[in-house]
Ligand binder design. Structure first.
Ligand code: SAH
Ligand code: SF4
Ligand code: F3S
Length: 482
């Protein structure tokens, strides 16, 4: 995949080059030499612990970060004693933040015991100035802080820290273009996430993502296709196209292109078997895309279509730019073309001003659409977003009660859907040996549902035909038939 000779052949005798990615190759090589000296000094390999706390986009960034650190010479180790501890943070809801401070509190002592330990913080939470201030003040033992726009600069940041022996903070308010041609690791050999766009322009009124991920930027289609072709040549058969709102892909390109057009190009790549994508904003989901999906042999029978609320009033306050009826109409058009589609969604309970009637509208949509699974969240106030300043924040006990009622409805529907599939024979991509029972192998249906079957690790990365023998509510037990 990535040609490491590009780094090896870099001349590091002079000043660092100005242009990217050459500049980063220079710092990666410098850091690697430093790490080799450290290894000699300590008589052992350097170790790394990475915590990825956010969404798929966050996880994809972690793969790039890990590749840089692996090249430098770090090997996976224990969080509490590692030489490099990296927290790739999320800030979408407040509890994500609280978790980070909890971890840092604990790591203070660990670092005291292991003074060579370097602690780095990155990801969405670091894009908030108040967070960086708090870390500077209360967690001054942190060595590096960087954000979402300069992940690729990790080696340079590390090198600066080594040289200065001080806390290095490097946060950009906006991205400065997309840097290609950097190394990356992959968690799985047979499936991979591919960024097609970064950032978000939607400014849903509850959401902090546009503030921490910046404006929407699409990658050039040639770059995306080249990356996928390389992945496929390397054994990948399933890809997940990633973006906060993939349906608006290509609008900002010099030569605009729609997401449906991109999908059709990806479809042509020989050897690729499955295509998934995340996430679709309902307001931008075009009939052209529905058509492209329904004609495709590779796009999975799964669509994640975040609803957030079923009440048109609340949707308007959320700045989602569709009504309850728009959404239901869209779902009808999707189901008409793809009767087999498995729909999943995100819901927020307790948005400011949400009344019992509004909540019942959400339940109504849930019952009409019949989602196979739902991610439901209790509204979390994010400072700086318009919703945080709204009046009529809903009392906690009311929210909890609604949340529980919602969960019950969702559960009974998804159980019914899962039960109804027992007996079917379906294609399953085998992903991993079961954590709890080594005689079982776990895979995913095209619908994204999980199934466990008798089998061994030789099946990992293969698509098998599986008879679904039993429903366990959210997942299946099955038998490999072929
Ligand atoms: N871009 C994606 C969502 C990214 S965030 C999309 O638009 O679908 C993932 C989910 O977190 C959102 O869909 C929403 O349901 C939830 N979320 C975002 N901000 C939230 C907040 N302030 N409180 C509770 N849930 C929130
Ligand atoms: Fe947040 Fe809305 Fe953008 Fe999704 S589309 S990331 S919910 S602002
Ligand atoms: Fe969290 Fe950032 Fe993703 S806030 S959900 S990690 S884009």
């Amino acid at each position: 995949m990535f040609d490491y000779n590009l780094i090896e052949n870099t001349d590091i005798s002079g000043e660092a080059p100005e242009c990217e990615p050459a500049r980063q190759y220079y710092f990666m090589k410098k850091c690697r030499l430093w790490a080799q000296e450290e290894e000699k000094r300590m008589g052992r390999k350097l170790t790394l612990s990475m915590q990825t706390m956010g969404c798929q986009m966050n996880a994809r960034d972690s793969e790039k970060l890990e590749a840089i650190l692996t090249y430098i010479g770090y090997e996976t180790g224990e969080e509490t004693v590692a030489d490099f501890v990296l927290y790739n943070t999320c800030t979408v809801r407040e509890n994500a933040n609280l978790k980070v401070y909890g971890r840092l509190g604990y790591m203070k002592n660990q670092k005291r015991k292991n003074p060579q330990m370097k602690i780095a913080m990155c990801g969405c939470m670091m894009q908030e100035p108040t967070v960086v201030e708090k870390i500077k003040k209360s967690y001054s033992f942190v060595d590096m802080i960087f954000g979402t726009h300069n992940v690729y600069k990790l080696a340079e940041i590390l090198y600066t820290q080594i040289e200065s022996e001080r806390m290095v903070i490097d946060i950009w308010q906006e991205a400065k273009g997309v840097v290609e041609d950097l190394p990356s690791v992959r968690k799985y050999s047979f499936k991979a996430g591919v960024n097609i766009m970064y950032g978000c322009n939607n400014f849903c009124s509850y959401c902090i993502v546009p503030y921490v991920r910046g404006r929407e930027r699409s990658r050039e289609p040639e770059e995306i296709l080249r990356e996928i072709r390389n992945l496929v040549a390397d054994g990948v058969i399933e890809i997940m196209l990633l973006g906060q709102n993939v349906n608006s892909y290509g609008k900002t390109l010099e030569q605009p292109m729609t997401f449906a057009e991109l999908l059709r190009e990806v479809e042509k790549i020989e050897g690729l078997e499955r295509i998934r994508f995340m996430t679709s904003h309902p307001k931008d989901l075009s009939d052209e895309l529905i058509q492209a999906m329904s004609e495709s042999k590779k796009v999975c029978t799964h669509l994640h279509l975040p609803l957030q609320s079923g009440s048109t009033d609340i949707l308007q306050k959320m700045n989602r730019r569709y009504t309850k009826e728009d959404y239901l109409g869209l779902v009808d058009r999707i189901k008409e073309k793809m009767p087999n589609i498995s729909l999943t969604t995100d819901l927020i309970v307790g948005f400011p001003g949400e009344t019992e009637e509004d909540f019942l509208e959400t339940l109504d949509v849930v019952k009409k659409v019949r989602y196979e699974s739902v991610y439901s969240f209790i509204y979390s106030k994010r400072t700086g977003t318009p919703a945080a300043a709204m009046e009529n924040q809903v009392p906690e006990d009311v929210v909890k009660d609604r949340f529980n009622r919602l969960l019950q409805t969702i559960q009974s529907i998804s159980h019914e859907i899962t039960d109804s599939k027992v007996g079917e024979v379906v294609d399953v991509l085998m992903e991993e040996v079961n954590d709890h029972d080594e005689s079982l192998i776990t895979g995913r249906l095209s619908s994204n549902a999980v199934v466990h079957c008798k089998g061994d690790e030789n099946l990992i990365g293969k698509i098998c035909q599986v008879k679904l023998t039993e429903s366990k509510g959210f997942y299946f037990m099955g038998e490999i038939v072929q």
